[in-house]
Design a protein around this ligand. Sequence first.
Ligand code: C5P
Length: 225
Amino acid sequence: MGLEGVLIVTVDGPAGAGKTTAGRLLAERLGAYFLETGFVYRLLAFLASSWGWGPEMFRQRPDEVQERLEQAFRESPLQAWGDALDSEELAMRASLLARDPAVRGVALKIQRGLAQGHARIVAVGRDAGSVVFPNASPKFFLTANLQERARRRCEDLARKGAQEPELSILERMQVRDQQDMEREASPLMVPEGGVVVDTTTMSLEQVEELLYRKVQERFGSQRGS
Ligand code: C5P
């Protein structure tokens, strides 16, 4: 994979647990590349529906799919998509597509390809610590109760100018979480050795501070060993 000697921290968890905000802040503080693995699934879902691809296309012609997607990523890097892929409706389509092992195989190559060449990486998602970067350390798993997660997501969307009622967000999240936890291929789970953090009553700055301290502790203890 070519990632020897690279500092990799992973942050997994269900929707709205604070992974993206806390992970991005942590990446800034560590001077690390920030990889949102879920964004890759959102973009795959978006492009697959624009191009009329179902999961069978990923199964039957993975190389062609890979090539076209990589080209799309080169032409419009992740940052260029801004908030365009933010809706819960697209997240649900991404979650449906992400159940397929052939789709996950393509996504995995893209995710690792994006991380290539960076000396420090903070990766957030559902299987960032269990599958994408199994050698990462430390690995975190953020959770929060469903009401709080829906409230955060609603606030986040409103800030970006998209209105979705909190109740419908909550219902969709519940279905999506269940789908993500129950699928056979790389389900949402606490990775081995993962540090579980319940963020329900914490601000996302407090979450980032806690993650940062744990990263410091880990590297402090490695220096001493
Ligand atoms: O993280 P985000 O909410 O953008 O992810 C959208 C969907 O992509 C998730 O609900 C999940 O089904 C899928 N996903 C995944 N593995 C990841 C990240 C996201 O299956 N590592």
